[in-house]
Design a protein around this ligand. Structure first.
Ligand code: SAM
Ligand code: SF4
Length: 351
């Protein structure tokens, strides 16, 4: 949700109030309460990355070494604890995000999914998404992740322009991105999403439009489109502040967003919320769950969740954030079954 550009959300909602998308969006966000008290989606956070991208302020760490066995045990343990605490008996979708969860071992993904299935009902066709970095190093094969239970890939290609990828500090190039998308599409045609960013340093409307022309024929049925947010504390923020780099202004950015929406529409994509587009009805069930105010459980360092802790007599939804730092989180999970940094009770309107 944080990534949704608020400026565009306002503009977009004003603009499409009279359209079908606007109606669906507003109705879903404003009125849909969780359909079933015992149902939720599950978000699992893998906090490690190979390298720090220049724009990123997600909860991620570049470790010297990782203990996959301990991480696996802790993710399983916290999943169990939070399922029991919420008394959720049905998990509608699972999303492995990060960080870079494609650096996790497929056996970790399988173990978490097995724990979920042991404690809740998961439909055979439930959406199970893995975020994948197209980085050539360190990741297991996508096929191994499908054998572990993943049935949807969300690939962080970010850009198909190698200069932009370098500025962003990515450890992949456009060739790696195209290769990963094509590999994923062979495994799960129709269930592959790509993340793309615009309003990048040095990007013009013309170069953005030619990037879209390259992207649309090769992408699958789902696109997440994010306007670059300059996050305080990141290297990119400092580079822009010092004048070393410059990003397009608001007017140019608005034109970029508009031209992307038009290009996607022409390519058969339906915009189902501010940043997400799908064709052939490949809407992300997990994403739609957030917009509809469904309960979700967040497992792993820094994960967010919103659910009612029924096992301890709760009757109100809580917003929970797990402990951020992986080593501290691991110790807390080992000691008490979960690592929790913050919990806030939400009132009726605080979905
Ligand atoms: C959870 S993040 C990272 C996923 C994965 N590690 C990667 O980098 O590909 C999901 C998406 O958020 C977007 N994102 C991250 N930081 C952003 C920022 N500062 N501004 C806009 N979009 C951002 C990127 O498109 C990214 O793929
Ligand atoms: S790989 Fe993704 S999560 Fe990791 S630093 Fe880069 S943008 Fe952030």
């Amino acid at each position: 949700m944080k990534l949704i550009c608020r400026y565009f959300l306002k503009q977009h909602v004003l603009q499409c109030k009279r359209t079908l998308i606007g109606d669906i969006l507003l109705r879903s966000v404003a009125t849909c309460l969780p359909p079933h008290a015992d149902e939720a989606s599950l978000y699992v956070h893998w906090p490690y990355c190979l390298k720090r991208c220049s724009y990123c302020n997600f909860n991620k760490y570049i470790p010297r070494s990782q203990n996959h066995t301990v991480m696996t045990e802790c993710l399983q343990k916290e999943t169990r604890t939070l399922l029991q605490l919420s008394q959720i008996s049905r998990i509608s979708s699972v999303f492995f995000g990060g960080g870079t969860p494609s650096l996790a071992q497929p056996s970790t993904i399988a173990a978490v999914l097995e724990t979920v299935s042991k404690h809740a009902h998961v439909a055979d066709d439930a959406e199970v998404t893995l975020e994948v970095n197209p980085t050539p190093a360190g990741k297991a094969s996508l096929r191994d992740f499908t054998l572990a239970g993943v049935n949807r890939f969300s690939i962080g290609i970010q850009s198909l322009n190698d200069d932009h990828l370098r500025t962003l500090g990515r450890d992949h190039n456009s060739q790696h991105a195209l290769q990963t998308v094509s590999e994923a599409r062979m495994l799960y045609p129709g269930r592959v999403s790509v993340d793309v960013m615009f309003a990048l340093p040095g990007q013009s409307v013309k170069s953005w439009e030619s990037e879209l022309e390259k992207l649309l024929p090769v992408c699958d049925d789902h696109v997440s489109l994010y306007q670059l947010t300059l996050e305080r504390g990141t290297r990119l923020f400092k580079q822009v502040e010092s004048g070393e780099l410059s990003v397009p202004g608001d007017d140019v950015t608005a034109v970029m967003y508009k031209s992307a929406r038009e290009a996607l529409e022409q390519a058969g994509f339906l915009q189902y919320e501010v940043s997400n587009f799908s064709k052939n009805n490949a809407v992300s069930q997990h994403n739609v769950g957030y917009w509809r105010g469904q309960q979700y459980i967040g497992v792993g360092p820094g994960a967010h969740g919103r659910f009612v802790p029924r096992a301890v007599g709760g009757d109100q939804r809580e917003a929970r954030t797990q402990t951020l730092e992986p080593d501290v989180w691991i110790r807390e999970v080992q000691r008490q079954g979960h690592g929790m940094r913050r919990r806030i009770q939400l009132d009726h309107h605080g979905l």
